[in-house]
Design a protein around this ligand. Sequence first.
Ligand code: GLY
Ligand code: MN
Ligand code: MN
Length: 444
Amino acid sequence: MSSISLSEYAQRRQQLMQRMTPNSIAILPAAPVSTRNNSVEYPYRQHSDFFYLSGFAEPEAVLVLIPKREHGEFIIFCRERNPERELWDGLRAGQDGAVANYQADDAFPINDIDDILPGLIEGRERVYYSIGNNPEFDQHMMEWLNSIRSKARMGAQPPKEFVVLDHFLHDARLYKSPAEIATMQHAADISCRAHIRAMQTAKPGLHEYHLEAELDYEFRKGGARLPAYSSIVASGKNACILHYTENNAALQDGDLVLIDAGCEIDCYASDITRTFPVNGRFSPEQKAIYEIVLKANLEAMNYISPKHCWNDAHDATVRVITAGLLELGLLQGELDELIKSEAYKPFYMHRAGHWLGLDVHDVGDYKINGQWRALEAGMTMTVEPGIYIAADNLDVAEQWRGIGVRIEDDVVVTENGCQVLTNAVPKTIEDIEALMAAAQQAGA
Ligand code: GLY
Ligand code: MN
Ligand code: MN
């Protein structure tokens, strides 16, 4: 069971059903199982929408909501109990468990869905269903629809409209409750410990994967089943490859290493980046770049509050980074003009952050009616400015080439500002060097 209470799940379903039109039905399939190779599967991870509405983590399930249905509004189709399969693959809730432990009003075996679901759809005006996300389930939906249509002469009424559910549901997911924020803080705390452990372990001669192993150790020891995304451990110029995940290079004396990694707790993500010197001491050039990125990270926090819009923090990072590159001579010209012409983009080519929640790049609109969205309490996001100087950038002096720095924190908007969930892992040069020096001394 998850750290979110059953009553909170019930509240979420009610909130969604209140926004559904009369005489409608919502249908959400569980995430499919993905095969890795032959008889080996990837670790199963429930679809975030399905999990948000139920906390039910099993595959081969379908969640159905029918507001005001007399015999119950919340229906789960799921696998039947099966002692032999459970001996091999693990316990199943079964239909009794779906009712007793997940508060389903009704539960049916997934193998009976062809016989039961068309009857639940028949006669409804509108079906809420996110078409295109699960091709196999889309196919089933068409078959159920056609089975209703084939009975039209007997008076069966196929639904008139199919509407995607995403807008209502994803807007609700954007506003985190205190229980969700507590879960995200838990995930962030474990990830902070993992980053600290990697800093304490780093030294020339190890490989990137040694640090990844330290991250994984803290994640699992903290109770996280999986990283929220593939960990990036990128030393030297690898840091300039934004989604580098090979993690197999040797750590060189004098290089930085950028680690972007976060675990997932009860399906809620954390997402942290820290950049530190392999040998524990920043060089003057690394320091200069790092200080700009840190200033951008801290400045962005001043633009995260209900008084600001989504893009304000990004704009703040662009200003700090462009001014910093100008001061170092990596850009030449006039500040406002360089910002307007996006001269910073060869060095800072991504956004300053994204929504964070059940998905690491969480759902929810960033613009409303073409305007950047106003921030509101409970919205949760990352702040992750960076500077990346490509190793083959011949427009800059050699000593700058191949330096990549990103500093990423997780932040919740509060009533009058924001709260940082990831402050437990050092990010000033002084604090990082002190932490690494203490670890080197202890190990000496
Ligand atoms: N780790 C993915 C990101 O920072 O967005
Ligand atoms: Mn990240
Ligand atoms: Mn991120």
